[in-house]
Design a protein around this ligand. Structure first.
Ligand code: IDC
Length: 343
């Protein structure tokens, strides 16, 4: 397919999704900044979980939508105020996710990477956005291998930010590997880390990854955590690789009462590459909207893979203020979806 044609296709698909997603009821509640200049954090305040719903402080169910960073050790330069402000004001993003890898030159071998998390949180507090602090378990597979480091990191995070409404703790991105089970590895890890956070911060939202790259939410639903309120579970999908079957699993978990948060999804294959899948992405977007499931899209970088929201090499100085010509097909698609609420 020619590039121009593909771009045009992505635009049209984005518009089609908007039209079909424009349910109306939630329209003006999902602005990053409303007509009176109030940010989403001004309006929603301290998040809370009721049943399977994420709710504002007054108990109204809400859906947060926004953007994930790529690995902060690779593309941490985009975790700055100018970029995040552009995502808020031009893309209507309400949420930023700071993906702090452990492996691949991430936190385990490079502690200074936490400064990019600090920058992210400082920017989001200033801008009135929610921010996910993501302990990005991936090539390291088993979160329980690094419980001690996680307790130390999240204790520090809770001391710094536990009093702010903005911060959401994501304690393990994607546990994976057949030997990494919910009851044997992930649940005990989560109990320890959540206890450490709750000793300092009684109520900010905590998100817990699930087995098989955060897909086996049905397994977590059979044996949920008994750790008090404001805990949700991560569901991840890539529209080119996952569809109906994964949604059925998620339905099963929801029906069992498990609250879900899509802390990461892509318009592409699960490699982050391939092409974008606008039709399948639209199916997922409608599914999430109907259930008020919050999400962050993977990811902001200019690496040139299909899931990169910027074109290859665009905005090398990480200043934001992107002309449309800097955006990839995935970037154009996601921006359109988020901006729908601005009309
Ligand atoms: C991918 C990046 C890619 C990078 C790879 C390994 O897109 O550039 O080379 O990680 O670091 C996930 C992970 C997320 C992956 C993404 C796409 O959470 O880190 O990013 N993905 O493969 N889970 C499912 C897909």
């Amino acid at each position: 397919m020619g590039k121009a044609f593909f771009l045009f296709g992505a635009l049209c698909a984005g518009i089609a999704v908007l039209v079909s997603c424009g349910g109306g009821h939630a329209r003006d509640t999902r602005l990053s900044v409303d007509k009176e200049g109030r940010t989403v954090v001004d309006r929603y305040g301290n998040l809370q979980v009721r049943g399977t719903d994420l709710c504002a402080s007054d108990g109204t169910p809400v859906q947060l939508r926004g953007i994930s960073s790529h690995g902060l050790q690779y593309y941490g330069k985009y975790a700055n105020r100018d970029v995040i402000q552009w995502l808020r004001d031009d893309w209507n993003a309400q949420l930023w996710r700071a993906a702090m890898y452990l492996g691949e030159g991430g936190y385990l071998s490079n502690r200074v990477i936490r400064n990019r998390v600090n920058d992210s949180v400082a920017a989001c507090i200033e801008l009135g956005m929610y921010v996910i602090v993501d302990w990005h378990v991936l090539s390291d597979h088993d979160p329980s291998l690094h419980t001690e480091e996680a307790v130390e990191f999240f204790t520090d995070a809770a001391r710094r930010w536990g009093d702010t409404p903005n911060v959401i703790y994501e304690i393990c991105n994607e546990p994976n590997g057949s030997e990494v089970t919910w009851s044997g590895n992930i649940k005990p890890y989560a109990e320890t880390v959540i206890a450490a956070i709750r000793a300092i911060d009684p109520d900010n939202l905590i998100l817990v990854g699930t087995p098989t790259w955060s897909q086996d939410v049905d397994i977590a639903a059979e044996d949920p955590l008994d750790m008090g309120p404001n805990i949700m579970y991560s569901l991840h999908f890539y529209a080119g690789s996952h569809g109906k079957e994964l949604r059925a699993k998620a339905e099963k978990a929801l029906n069992a009462g498990l609250p879900l948060f899509v802390t990461e999804w892509g318009t592409t294959l699960n490699t982050g590459g391939g092409d974008i899948f606008p039709k399948e992405s639209g199916e997922w977007l409608r599914w999430m909207q109907k259930r008020n499931i919050s999400w962050a899209n993977w990811s902001l970088n200019n690496k040139g893979e299909a899931s990169s929201l910027l074109k290859y090499n665009a905005d090398r100085d990480a200043k934001g203020r992107w002309p449309l010509s800097d955006l990839s097909p995935s970037g154009i698609f996601i921006r359109n979806v988020l901006r729908n609420e601005m009309k």
